[in-house]
Design a protein around this ligand. Structure first.
Ligand code: 6GU
Length: 237
């Protein structure tokens, strides 16, 4: 998979060179490039923002650097058969990112993340971008961050670990929170009793059927206690 990121703070993404995603890049599974949006400006101050029409607080990102950058990144397609890249703009005004979104995006050949700052990006950029590929405005949840960088890192990590070969043991992807609509069951390791807290007996029983049933019960109980909205969603389907 190819991922391009456009940001005015490219060093935010240095952490993506670590751990599993770093390995995926050195082994060639993931081709990740972070670009400075200011490289597509032509004035001496490398200006990317301006005052909002209609007035109001803050600054808005100018359309032209975005269009020039997207033109460059979208045209250098990895394969000629391609429909065009999927262009993602992280935004608190977007659809909410879930494990299903991550699964969907992990099947794409080419993702472009456009990280906005200030009060946002000139609205015409989204329409222009849709002439180059599929555009998605995606939010991490109902709270506000200062820009799209942290949200993009979270999404790249969630998407990247679903690309075949990135996570060494694919079985570890199956039994985790949200894969089956439930939260993950609790885990324990040695010692079997620690500071007067014993590990649940069933886990030491060697009875694999009983262990599977207990884990399932724990998943349902935790989901009911912490995320009842997930159970409600299930009955609506
Ligand atoms: Cl994707 N961007 C910003 N700026 N704030 C957010 C967000 C995204 N998701 C939640 N809050």
């Amino acid at each position: 998979m190819r991922i391009d990121v456009l940001s005015i703070f490219p060093t935010y993404f240095d952490g993506l060179a670590l751990s599993l995603l770093g390995k995926a890049q050195s082994s060639g599974i993931l081709d990740l490039t972070v670009r400075d949006l200011r490289d597509w400006t032509s004035d001496r101050h490398r200006t990317v923002d301006d005052t909002p029409y209609g007035g109001g607080a803050g600054m808005v990102m100018k359309p032209e650097p975005w269009a020039l950058a997207l033109d460059d990144l979208a045209s250098a397609a990895p394969s000629p058969s391609e429909q065009g890249p999927t262009i993602i703009f992280p935004s608190p005004a977007g659809e909410v990112f879930t494990q299903a979104t991550a699964r969907d995006l992990s099947t794409r050949e080419h993702l472009i993340f456009g990280c906005g700052r200030y009060e946002g990006i000139d609205e015409r950029v989204f329409e222009y971008a849709s002439s180059l590929g599929e555009v998605r405005l995606i939010s991490l949840g109902d709270y506000v961050l200062n820009g799209g960088e942290v949200a993009t890192m979270a999404m790249i990590e969630a998407i990247g670990r679903l690309i075949p070969g990135v996570v060494g043991n694919p079985e570890s992807l199956v039994e985790e929170s949200h894969e089956d609509g439930l939260l993950e069951y609790p885990s324990y390791t040695k010692p079997s009793s620690w500071r007067d807290r014993p590990v649940p007996d069933v886990l030491l029983s060697g009875n694999h059927k009983a262990i599977a049933a207990w884990r399932r019960d724990q998943q349902i109980e935790r989901t009911r206690a912490r995320r009842p909205d997930l159970l409600a969603d299930e009955s609506e389907d």
